[in-house]
Design a protein around this ligand. Structure first.
Ligand code: OFO
Length: 172
């Protein structure tokens, strides 16, 4: 059984992961609107991953006999994106924010002596290293590319190769 404090923090993290999905979906929409379908595809895979993260937390709460509380999703971080670089910089900043949230969650699990929650969260700790690396690598590449139409075209093609975990042609 989870303590009230751990349960509350897990429920809040479900909301964070779904907010991440919603934020990335707004980026998918931006990329389609400006004709970068490969980048849209990459971000769509990312959106699906975030829903997967939320569901991992959801299932853990249920397995521990807790009650999931679905909290309202905010669109506060959505913007009128003006370039792919701006989008990936925002995605990287968002992943750094989420890493902070995961670290807070680990601390709460530790304070509450919830070993099961702490061990479960290690997957998220490792995942965040990958999430930050993926978004920052693309942001750095876009920074180097600048306004080069050819460079952006090549980048769009490359990001479009990312395969979804479900194995569709959408990405990695
Ligand atoms: Fe769920 O890792 Fe990104 O936000």
């Amino acid at each position: 059984m989870m303590s009230g404090r751990v349960l509350k923090a897990f429920n809040e993290q479900i909301k964070e992961e779904l907010e991440s999905a919603y934020l990335y979906l707004s980026m998918v929409s931006y990329f389609h609107s400006v004709g970068f379908d490969g980048m849209a595809s990459w971000m769509r895979v990312q959106t699906e991953e975030e829903v997967g993260h939320a569901m991992k937390l959801f299932d853990f709460i249920s397995e521990r006999g807790g009650k999931v509380e679905l909290l309202p999703i905010s669109t506060e971080r959505h913007k009128r994106w003006s370039s792919p670089l701006e989008v990936f910089q925002a995605a990287y900043a968002h992943e750094q924010f989420i890493t902070g949230k995961i670290n807070e969650l680990v601390k709460i699990a530790r304070d509450e002596n919830d070993n099961a929650a702490e061990i479960f969260l290690q997957w998220f700790v490792t995942e965040q290293v990958e999430e930050e690396a993926n978004t920052s690598r693309v942001a750095q590449a876009l920074e180097r590319i600048g306004d080069s139409g050819h460079g952006l075209f090549m980048m769009d093609q490359k990001l479009g190769e990312r395969a979804s975990a479900s194995g569709s042609a959408e990405g990695e």
